[in-house]
Design a protein around this ligand. Sequence first.
Ligand code: ADP
Length: 316
Amino acid sequence: ELKAWPKSKSGSCERRRRAVRTMMGSDPIRDWICGQGGASKITRISPVGGGCINTALRYETDSGTFFVKTNRDVGPAMFEAEAAGLEAMFATSTIRVPRPLKVGPLPGRGSYIIMEFINMGASRGGQAELGRQLAEMHKASSSERGFGFDMDNTIGSTPQPNPWTSDWVAFFQEQRLRYQLQLAEKQYRDYDIAEKGQRLVDKIPSLFRDVSDIRPCLLHGDLWSGNIAADERGAPVILDPACYYGHNEAEFGMSWCAGFGAGFYNAYFEVIPKQPGFEQRRDLYRLYHYLNHYNLFGSSYRSSCMAIIKQYTNLA
Ligand code: ADP
């Protein structure tokens, strides 16, 4: 009796699992790969490490390998925005990005994205090539609607609003700095940073006095070393974007985590020359990402934010 009981229980469990799977419909990732993906057999599914937010998997099939990310908690909007960003960068034919293939909801809850699998090389690839190709992407892109993007996206897991705006300074003031300052005020009751940060926001136009023309460039938006790789030939690959059309200099806002050297910047500025006042705006663009880190990871980033705010506003 005692021996029979676990056996029959596990048998009925398996039957129930199968019934639930049938009720919920089959696995949409497998369905796509074996349908439009052109595979007739998935030979192996294995985890890919290194991500921050999602579960990453490698699907090997008889018609090539696919890269899949899943998120159990959020609907497809986040991956739809990632796919739109990848597609926009891909369309410039300048720097390698994985081609997005499919986004959809998971049964019950969650979502997935399927994209081209890129065999990442062991090294990061050349700095100069990265700088040149990034500048070429910035240069090749164009936006008829000004600054912003077709949809909002996320920076880390923080929402990043991208409403189309004709004026860059107004966009950066409202949608980037003020949005993060208000988030800090709301979640930490940090009225101090919100108030001092606002003084900086009011001063921003003066930092652009010498710039005659700001063209909307397609930005990766979250360019740090975790999102920079190289393919099997050593060519640069950029991943996991938070794309929008913005001032090209804003792309260097994560440079404190990107390890860009002189080779990178020299190659970049050969394609897009440095604009007057570049150095004075460098920390301004970093502040957006420092504020985001403060909002995501807490108080250890607060002093870096305050240091930049004070530097621009000369507060004691
Ligand atoms: P997350 O959204 O969780 O931050 P990432 O997009 O950074 O995840 O991807 C996680 C890891 O998977 C990366 O570190 C990278 O090495 C690898 N990866 C990302 N995209 C691809 C791809 N298209 N092909 C192969 N590996 C990839």
